[in-house]
Every structure is written in structure tokens, then in C-alpha cells.
Design a protein around this ligand. Structure first.
Ligand code: ACO
Length: 321
């Protein structure tokens, strides 16, 4: 009997405060039309001063637990993807474990920037398939607003805050069909966020996101095209087998290029970018949750998740929901 990791619940959280493009145009030299035309973003959610990666993760996780109708104690593996952890250590995974009151689980973080939740999903899938875990909670949670330079128009317009969660459980029914994750440290300087306390960098003492957007854009489009091919080939599937594309939400032009590669109309692509911006590792899980909650994604359908981020890192997951 095959053992699969099957999705049993999804959850999400977006902070209450909304920052529109017009609001940002009062802060830096930009405009609603520039931001929307170049990125597809109109507004994003911004956490208040009391919120942390773990507080947002807890809300998203409880949302997923309620959807799955299981108690926190059923979880035996917690993986949090974040680039904005509450503390250097303990991990945000351990802090989330304490917040949820889960005793018998292993918890840790993964750091793969915007690809983090796809990496977490891949790890959880291996644990479940091998029998090392039964029920896994994965969360992507990000306070991007705390690591962008609000005086830098080339980055501050792109990002938002939020958390997405997914619960996976061992099952003999199909669930995660395959995952594919990759990295190439060669491109580390095209997109990075220094940790000034540990490694001061002369021209970025504050620890802000620094990105050569244009260069990142080109590699992202190319790489995501390749991972679509890799995922379909591994599963001996034709393009037409995919019901939904749930991409990382960085730029509508990158998403449209991947959809084109899949010969998929935009109606089959889940896009949250317009109202959420790029929430880094939270974005794929937030988009997945939204499309499950509004009944676009139905049980039995085939869903392709993909992401690309700093590292560079990139990955995909093919799922029978
Ligand atoms: N408002 C107005 N003008 C702007 C703004 C702004 N907010 N930002 C940049 N510009 C200007 C630039 O100064 C430049 O002006 P110049 O021609 O006079 O020099 C011009 O607009 C064009 O700038 P580009 O950077 O070439 O614009 P581009 O079309 O590439 O769009 C963007 C920039 C949106 C950042 C795009 O490159 C992109 O989306 N890149 C990929 C981002 C991504 O996928 N990141 C990976 C995930 S993030 C993570 O892992 C944390």
C-alpha cells in the first residue's frame, strides 16, 4: 500500500491594516499606475507593532486545525518557513509549538526565502511518506514590512505581511504526488537581506531587502518554466492534466509567463497578488488556502504549486487535492 501525504486542512492570516499604492506614493516617488502595471499589485497588508511571525503563524495554524477538525496534539511535525523569525533562536517552529501547546512533536524552521513553504512541504512529504511522521503542520509566515527599506521605491512597493498554513496527514489516498526543490547559491548577491547584528555589511547596515529586480525577473521566468517541465515529466503527465496553478506571488508578469508555459488560461491560476503583494514564504500557502476556501480547488483536482526566491531557491509540488 502506498503512503501519501494528504492535505487535510488549510489556513491563513492577513493583518488588518491595508496599505495601498496611493498610500506608498505619498512616501516615495512612485505611482499606483507604475506599481500596478509593472507588478499587478494594488495593496498589501501590514502587521501592527505587536504582531510577530509566530503570532501570525498561530492564527493561520489554528485556522488550518479547525478546517481539518483535529486537535493540535495530533501534530507530530511542525515546519515553519520564515525569513523574519521572532528570534534567532529558538526557531519560530518551537515558539509556534509552545503557542499551540503541542507536546509530542519535532519543530524547526526552514530558510529558503520565497520558496520556503514549498521546501517545507517537500520535507514534510518525505517525513510522512517514509513513516517518520503522521501529521505535519507547515506554515509560511512573514513580516516583510519590517525588512524593507521604506525609502527604497524599487523594493518597498513589492512586499506584504501574512501567514499561510497547511496540514498534511498520512493516507493511502493520493495527496502530494511529487515535490522538486533546488537551489543555486551562485546568485546570492542578486537578492539578499543581511543580518547586520551578525555580519555587518558596509552599505546596508540596517538589514534591508536588496534586489536587482530586473536580473531576478529574468532568472525567475526561465527557472519556473523549467520546473514545470520537470514536474510534469516526473509524473508522466501532459500539461492538460493540471487543474490549477498556485504560484508564488511576486509579479503578475512572472505568473503570466508560467501560465503561458502551461498553456493555462489565467482563470485556472490563483492570483492574490493584487491585494496581498509578495508575502514571501507565506504567499503560496495563502493563495492555496484562498482557492480552497472559495471552492475553486475541489477534492480530486490536480494542483501545481511553485515558487522562486532568494538563494536562488526554487521548487514545485504537484498535489492531488
Ligand atoms: N516607481 C516608479 N519607478 C520605479 C519604481 C517605483 N516603485 N521602482 C523602480 N522604478 C524605476 C527604476 O528606477 C527604473 O528607472 P530608470 O529606467 O530611470 O533607471 C525603472 O523604473 C525600471 O526599473 P526596473 O527595475 O528595470 O523595472 P522592472 O520592470 O524590472 O520591474 C520589478 C521591477 C517589479 C522589481 C521586477 O523586476 C520584478 O518583479 N522582479 C522580480 C522580483 C522577484 O521575483 N523576486 C523573487 C522573490 S522575492 C524573495 O525571494 C524575497
Amino acid at each position: 500500500m502506498n503512503r501519501y501525504a494528504r492535505i487535510i486542512g488549510t489556513g491563513g492570516y492577513l493583518p488588518e491594516k491595508v496599505l495601498t499604492n496611493n498610500d506608498i506614493s505619498l512616501m516615495v516617488d512612485t505611482s499606483d499606475s507604475w506599481i500596478f502595471e509593472r507588478t499587478g499589485i494594488k495593496s498589501r497588508h501590514i502587521a501592527d507593532a505587536t504582531e510577530t511571525a509566530s503570532s501570525m503563524a498561530e492564527i493561520a495554524a489554528r485556522d488550518a486545525l479547525a478546517a481539518a477538525q483535529i486537535e493540535p496534539d495530533a501534530v507530530d511535525l511542525i515546519i515553519v518557513a520564515t525569513g523574519t523569525p521572532d528570534r534567532v533562536y529558538p526557531s519560530t517552529g518551537c515558539i509556534l509549538q509552545q503557542r499551540l501547546g503541542i507536546k509530542n512533536a519535532v519543530a524547526f524552521d526552514v530558510q529558503a526565502a520565497c520558496s520556503g513553504s514549498v521546501f517545507a512541504l517537500s520535507i514534510a512529504d518525505q517525513y510522512i511518506k517514509s513513516g517518520a511522521a503522521k501529521t505535519a503542520l507547515i506554515v509560511g509566515t512573514e513580516l516583510c514590512s519590517r525588512i524593507v527599506d521604506w525609502a527604497d521605491r524599487s523594493t518597498c512597493v513589492l512586499f506584504g505581511d501574512g501567514a499561510g498554513a497547511l496540514l498534511l496527514q498520512a493516507s493511502d489516498q493520493q495527496g502530494v504526488l511529487s515535490t522538486h526543490i533546488h537551489s543555486d547559491g551562485e546568485f546570492g548577491n542578486l537578492l539578499y537581506c543581511p543580518n547586520p547584528q551578525v555580519s555587518p555589511e558596509a552599505n546596508n547596515a540596517h538589514g534591508y531587502i536588496t534586489m536587482q529586480g530586473n536580473e531576478v525577473f529574468k532568472v525567475a521566468v526561465n527557472t519556473l518554466g523549467k520546473i514545470v517541465d520537470e514536474t510534469l515529466a516526473a509524473n508522466h503527465l501532459e500539461l492538460s492534466a493540471i487543474d490549477w496553478l498556485v504560484p508564488h506571488q511576486a509579479n503578475i508578469r512572472i505568473i503570466a509567463a508560467t501560465a503561458k508555459k502551461l498553456k493555462m488560461p489565467m482563470e485556472q491560476v490563483v492570483v492574490t497578488l493584487e491585494t496581498q503583494g509578495n508575502t514571501s514564504s507565506a504567499s503560496v500557502l495563502l493563495a492555496f488556502n484562498e482557492a480552497v476556501r472559495d471552492n475553486r480547488i475541489q477534492r480530486g483536482q490536480i494542483v501545481l504549486l511553485e515558487a522562486f526566491g532568494a538563494g536562488f531557491t526554487w521548487g514545485s509540488a504537484l498535489i492531488r487535492y
